[in-house]
Design a binder for this molecule. Structure first.
Ligand code: PLP
Length: 392
């Protein structure tokens, strides 16, 4: 089914400012339904959790609905959805509770630093999976020698936030599971770009951040509730000791959580469909991915044919994310010039600290990232290409 791009774009009020929002990998815009859900929650009256009065019941219902929505999005169990302010905070919390001195953890140079440092700082022995700097691939074979009987966790991304590389996570997970290790899969960049099934990926933990897929600034880590039962994070004495609540410190952002549910409903309804929300999500996100990749073909071919442009990485499976430099201009200068033409792109390392180091461009300011999401259209891509072409 063709992706109804005009209808989808009309649901995002911010797009009316005329900018080409090619900065989606750093955070997406939000549709009316999400904005309305958050303001309705505040207008209706919400209380803290667990009280005896209706406003408190509303907050409890919002939390339950949010867990169900995130579970539908990633193919997880609602009781295994841990909610929090962002992926980084949740990953620090989980890493401290899972690994420590005497354990081994395997991290990768493809990953965003949020799935690296929380593990390397646990005190566990660290083993590094290397990236091919030319292709941007994360070769699976190396994991055979990296994973051993002391490996506690293999932390790996489902997609690189700068090169878009989608590594073979199921194969890496199989090696981890064979050795009795857990997989902690960073789905922050991958989730907005296609259908997700954390079980197919072999993810014991799967992370995602709603602000990358049209929702508010909320993060989630999803795991099997039975696995969460075996982990004891730091927590306050009187706070709930149940799963998943014991992983959630402090008071939740209840209104935002209602926005998360609205964002999942939005993703499920981008293309007309029937069936359960999970089924509609799979269909809608498949159509979105096809739309993004078709546009990306135009974008990447356009960039690769420009002699003054260097494009980094050429992974076989990827999201619609391009990372490039322009001869004679720093990445910041490129981003500034594009901004004057109404094009939003990021410049720098984008927290892909190890990867930009492996590419040899971290100290020189990284590169420019143009990242497509489902609401981008051909005119966004054309405007970027025209702007870059003029910088020759
Ligand atoms: C791939 C990836 N992982 C993790 C993060 C960190 O997510 P959060 O901002 O929710 O902590 C980001 C943020 O850009 C990301 O792109």
């Amino acid at each position: 089914m063709p992706f109804p791009i005009k209808t989808v774009r009309a649901t995002y009020p911010a797009l009316a400012d005329g900018y080409a929002y090619l900065d989606g990998a750093a955070g997406t815009q939000t549709p009316h339904s999400v904005i309305d859900a958050i303001s309705t929650a505040y207008r209706t009256g919400i209380g803290n959790s667990g009280g005896a009065f209706p406003a408190s019941h509303r907050s409890d219902a919002i939390v339950a609905a949010c867990r169900a929505a995130v579970a539908d999005l990633v193919g997880g169990h609602p009781d295994g959805v841990v909610l929090g302010p962002n992926m980084t905070t949740l990953t620090y919390r989980l890493a401290r509770a899972i690994a420590g001195p005497g354990d081994e953890v395997v991290v990768s140079r493809l990953d965003h630093d949020a799935n690296v440092r929380p593990w390397t700082q646990t005190g566990a022995t660290v083993r590094w999976a290397e990236v091919d700097p030319v292709t941007g691939e994360l070769p699976v074979e190396q994991y055979e020698s990296l994973i051993g009987e002391r490996t506690k966790v293999v932390a790996v991304t489902a997609a690189s936030n700068i090169l878009g590389t989608r590594p073979d996570v199921p194969a890496i997970a199989e090696l981890a599971h064979r050795a009795g290790a857990l997989t902690y899969v960073d789905g922050v960049h991958a989730t907005p770009h296609g259908p997700v099934d954390m079980r197919e990926l072999g993810a014991d933990f799967y992370t995602t951040s709603a602000y990358k897929w049209s929702g508010p600034h909320i993060g989630a880590v999803v795991a099997d509730p039975a696995l969460l039962e075996t982990i004891r994070p730091d927590k306050l004495t009187p706070s709930p000791d149940t799963v998943p609540e014991r992983f959630e410190t402090g008071t939740a952002a209840f209104a935002d959580l209602d926005g998360v549910t609205a964002a999942v409903d939005h993703l499920a309804s981008m293309v007309p469909g029937t069936g359960s929300r999970r089924e509609r999500l799979l269909a809608s996100m498949t159509a979105a991915e096809e739309h993004e990749l078709a546009l990306f073909q135009v974008l990447i071919e356009g960039l690769e044919t420009m002699p003054h442009v260097t494009v980094y990485g050429k992974p076989a499976r990827r999201t619609a994310t391009a990372y490039f430099t322009v001869a004679g201009h720093t990445p910041r200068q490129v981003a500034k010039r594009l901004a004057r033409l109404g094009v939003n792109v990021w410049n720098g390392h984008n927290y892909a600290w190890e990867l930009t180091g492996a590419l040899g461009i971290r100290e020189s300011g990284g590169a420019v990232r143009a990242s497509l999401v489902h609401y981008n259209d051909r005119s966004d891509v054309d405007r970027l290409l025209e702007g870059v072409a003029r910088m020759e």
